[in-house]
Write a protein that binds this ligand. Structure first.
Ligand code: UT7
Length: 323
């Protein structure tokens, strides 16, 4: 079996919902501004003590159930996250322990911020194609609310918490046709959390341990790089844009998503849109959108999907998939 395919999908959103009208009481913003500039109506926020591993576990269990597989069938776990529970062990190892996977198979985290799920999927696909894994759990999970400055209206209205998961299994036919991963490290200043373990978190500098973003510059780069990666993906598969059934994009901003849809000549009813319900959940947003459209019956077996995402680093990536 020289390909990988999606065996099942799952997702999880924390119970607590924060509406735009709630944010009006915290920062100088309006429901109208947030909806018009981003498409977001609400986001979910992890409860006190609820961690990324908790969200990842719930999504992973959903995906395993959908794939009709048991935990010990899994021989690779990759978690895409920028907001892990602790410095180590990885969220993937925490998850392996919780799910009761005892077959000593590899488990690790990938940090590529909002492109993290595309990266994790690409890595898992390569493991399966190489014959070193037959059943991979690939998860995007984030508690971004923990790295937001709740006094900064430029960022705190945009993000939310959540997790999405897919089970990837070995297959005779694709499945995942190709993945395309990119990074350009020159743009650190436009989108970053400039503090961390090795730089230290002293009392003064801790003020900066939050997402900082130059929104309009990031917006322009996102639109341009996503256009490029969409072209690259179609060309690599000798596919015409009219042959795509669904665009499953990273859910950062409805205006970025519309720009990519326009580039593909896709009407918005062929685009899976969940940004209104959970905002930007970073690495979780693509699998959250995918699971939503699989479970509500829009995405069917045999459909051709284009997944894409762009985020801090900068990092960006895509995948062409027959579901
Ligand atoms: O997923 C990772 C990648 N991230 C992204 O893809 C995000 C990319 N960027 C964006 O989505 C958009 O740039 C934003 C939604 C962040 C901002 O939208 P924009 O249309 O680019 O607005 P802007 O940054 O140019 O700001 C326009 C105005 C400014 O006021 P002035 O200077 O024109 O008076 C901002 O201060 O909107 C103001 N503003 C707000 N007003 C009300 C910024 N945030 C808010 C807010 N409520 N929350």
């Amino acid at each position: 079996m020289k390909y990988s395919r999606i065996g099942g999908t799952g997702s999880y959103l924390p119970e607590k919902v924060l509406l735009n009208s709630d944010l009006e009481k915290i920062v100088d913003t309006t429901d109208q501004w947030i909806r018009e500039r981003t498409g977001i109506a609400q986001r979910h926020i992890a409860a006190e003590g609820e961690t990324t591993a908790d969200l990842a576990e719930a999504a992973a269990r959903n995906a395993l159930e959908a794939a009709n597989l048991q935990a010990n069938d899994v021989d690779l776990i990759i978690v895409a996250t920028t907001t892990p529970d602790c410095v180590f062990p990885s969220v993937a190892c925490l998850l392996q322990q919780r799910l009761g996977v005892t077959n000593s198979s590899p488990a690790f985290d990938v940090q590529a911020v909002c492109a993290g799920f595309a990266y994790a999927l690409g890595i898992a696909d390569n493991f399966v194609r190489a014959g070193t894994a037959r059943c991979a759990l690939v998860i995007g999970a984030e508690t971004f609310s923990r790295i937001l400055n709740w006094e900064d209206r430029n960022t705190c209205v945009l993000f939310g918490d959540g997790a999405g998961a897919v089970v990837i299994t070995a297959s005779d036919s694709p499945g995942i046709h190709s993945t395309h991963l990119h990074a350009d490290g020159r743009y650190e200043e436009l989108l970053h959390v400039p503090e961390g373990v090795s730089r230290g978190y002293d009392a003064v500098r801790q003020q900066q341990a939050f997402v900082q973003m130059k929104g309009s510059e990031v917006f322009r780069m996102a639109v341009s790089k996503l256009r490029e990666v969409v072209d690259e993906t179609l060309a690599a598969n000798d596919l015409d844009k009219s042959e795509l059934d669904w665009l499953v994009p990273h859910q950062a901003n409805i205006r970025i998503i519309k720009a990519t849809a326009r580039k593909l000549d896709m009407s918005m009813d062929k685009v899976v849109l969940t940004v209104q319900d959970h905002g930007n959940t970073s690495a979780a947003s693509i699998p959250l959108a995918l699971d939503t459209a699989v479970r509500d019956g829009r995405i069917k077996r045999g459909d051709k999907l284009l997944l894409e995402g762009f985020g801090g680093g900068f990092t960006w990536g895509s995948a062409l998939i027959t579901y």
